[in-house]
Write a protein that binds this ligand. Sequence first.
Ligand code: PRP
Ligand code: URA
Length: 250
Amino acid sequence: MSPTCTTTLADSEPTLPTAPASTGASPKDAVRISNPPCKDTITVLPQTSQLIALLTLIRDRKTQRGDFVFYSNRIIRLLVEEGLNHLPVVSHPIETPLGTPYTGVKFQGKICGVSIMRAGESMEQGLRDCCRSVRIGKILIQRDEETAQAKLFYDKLPEDIADRYVLLLDPMLATGGSAIKAVEVLLSRGVPEDHILFLNLIASPEGIEKFSEMFPKLRVVTAFVDEGLDDKSYITPGLGDFGDRYFGTA
Ligand code: PRP
Ligand code: URA
């Protein structure tokens, strides 16, 4: 898991990252970063200054939609690239143009993407950019605006999904209700839990803990674990409503 963690989720305290020397920022100026949860199924992207700068841009309420989409897409690309590292590979011998044998690796097995609509659809292009003509299924789940309870409306998935590794896409993991419902759909279609990889931009500590307790074999790749949830079950400090900001419906 990366980066190295030394505490459990339950007893983790927010820590201050070391400020990048080139920015002149001091730890006092730096954003607070939650310790990553200590489970080997959960990967938090390396907290580089570039990633924190991208997250800062999309968190900023003043960021206009065009920039929000552009910088979100850059983080999504990082998540997809990291996610692909978690798929199985087998040894693959080839010969280079110099006639030299080389033993590398190649991916083993078939994959598909599944987006949790609507916000998860924002991550489809990032997946397509890395995996040409990848199949993409959809699960429409919406949170009730008053109660934050997730409700399943619709799904359309590849028929042979049980034989594929599934990259499940949703940028926000707040209470965990939507992601849990989506995984239940996948399991009901015969997808083994350990063939599901959840790609996520921002998670709440309570959401990611609940999710990983329910599905201990399912892998999660996230860019950041935030501080918590507010009284409307929005992630805090968060970035507001991702779907509204990305699709321009705010
Ligand atoms: C958002 C988000 C997740 C969900 C996270 O979707 O994209 O799917 O909320 O919250 P949870 O972990 O508490 O379930 P929302 O239902 O607001 O719909 P949207 O995708 O249309 O924005
Ligand atoms: N959905 C969002 O878009 N943002 C949150 O903070 C929680 C759910």
